[in-house]
Design a binder for this molecule. Structure first.
Ligand SMILES: N[C@@H](CCC(=O)N[C@@H](CS)C(=O)NCC(=O)O)C(=O)O
Length: 216
C-alpha cells in the first residue's frame, strides 16, 4: 500500500489546494489504495524528513523502500504503473510527459506568481504596478492553451496525469477568474474537475482540513 505524506493542518485558504491533491487524484483514477502520513512544522526541518523531501515540503509518496518527492515525479512514477494514468506506447507517454513539464514549467510559475500576489501582496503599491504584467503573462499562456484545447478533450488526446497537473495549475486562477475568459480552457477544466476521482480526492482533502465543529 502507498503512503502519502501531507500536512496535518493548513490555513483555511489552502484547504483544497495542497499539492497532495494531485497524488490523491492520480491514486483514485488508478484505483490504488493508500494511507496518509501526517506531518507538521516539527517534522519538516528534521534530517529524516529532509532525506525524503530536501525542501521540507509535501507531498511525498512512499512506495515500499522508495520515497518519491515532487508531485510531477510522483505522477510519473504512478503513471508507469497504471494505463489509466499514462498510455502504454512510448510516443503516447512522451506526449503526456511533455505536457506534464509544460504544466509545471511553462504555465504554473505564471499563474502562481499572479495568485500569490493577489493573495498576499494585493495592497502594496509595487504590487499594483506589477499586476498588469503578471496578468498579461497569465493571459498569454491561457490563449496558447485555448488554441491547443480547441479541438481536443485532453492535453494528450486522452486523459493522462498531465491533465491532473494542468487542472490543478488552472485552479490557481480560481480567484482571479481569468481562465473563465477562454471557453475551451473553461470547458476543459470543468471536464477534468467533473471526474469522480477528482471529486473524491478533493472531498478527502477538504475533510482532513475542515475543523470537526464546522463539519458537524
Ligand atoms: N514542486 C513541489 C512543490 C511542493 C509545494 O509547494 N508544497 C507546499 C504545499 S502545496 C508546501 O509544502 N509548502 C510548505 C513549504 O514550502 O514549506 C511539488 O510539486 O511537489
Amino acid at each position: 500500500m502507498y503512503t502519502l505524506t501531507t500536512f496535518r493542518w493548513v490555513p483555511q485558504f489552502a484547504a483544497g489546494h495542497v499539492r497532495d491533491l494531485r497524488v490523491r487524484w492520480a491514486l483514485e483514477e488508478a484505483g490504488m489504495p493508500y494511507q496518509l502520513r501526517l506531518i507538521g512544522p516539527e517534522e519538516q526541518p528534521t534530517p529524516a524528513y529532509r532525506q525524503q523531501q530536501p525542501f521540507g515540503q509535501v507531498p511525498v509518496l512512499q512506495d515500499g523502500s522508495l520515497a518519491v518527492f515532487e508531485s510531477g515525479a510522483i505522477l510519473l512514477h504512478l503513471g508507469e504503473k497504471s494505463e489509466a494514468l499514462l498510455p502504454p506506447d512510448a510516443d503516447g507517454r512522451m506526449l503526456a510527459t511533455m505536457w506534464m513539464f509544460a504544466a509545471l514549467n511553462s504555465v504554473e510559475p505564471y499563474f502562481a506568481n499572479l495568485a500569490e500576489q493577489d493573495a498576499f501582496e494585493k495592497d502594496a503599491a509595487w504590487a499594483t504596478e506589477r499586476r498588469p504584467k503578471l496578468e498579461e503573462m497569465a493571459l498569454k499562456r491561457l490563449a496558447d492553451l485555448e488554441a491547443h484545447l480547441a479541438n481536443r478533450d485532453y492535453l494528450a488526446g486522452r486523459f493522462t496525469v498531465a491533465d491532473i497537473l494542468m487542472t490543478t495549475v488552472l485552479r490557481l486562477l480560481d480567484e482571479s477568474r481569468l481562465a473563465e475568459r477562454f471557453p475551451a480552457v473553461r470547458d476543459y477544466k470543468a471536464r477534468c474537475t467533473a471526474r469522480p476521482a477528482f471529486r473524491k480526492a478533493l472531498a478527502d482533502q477538504l475533510a482532513l482540513y475542515t475543523p470537526a465543529e464546522a463539519a458537524a
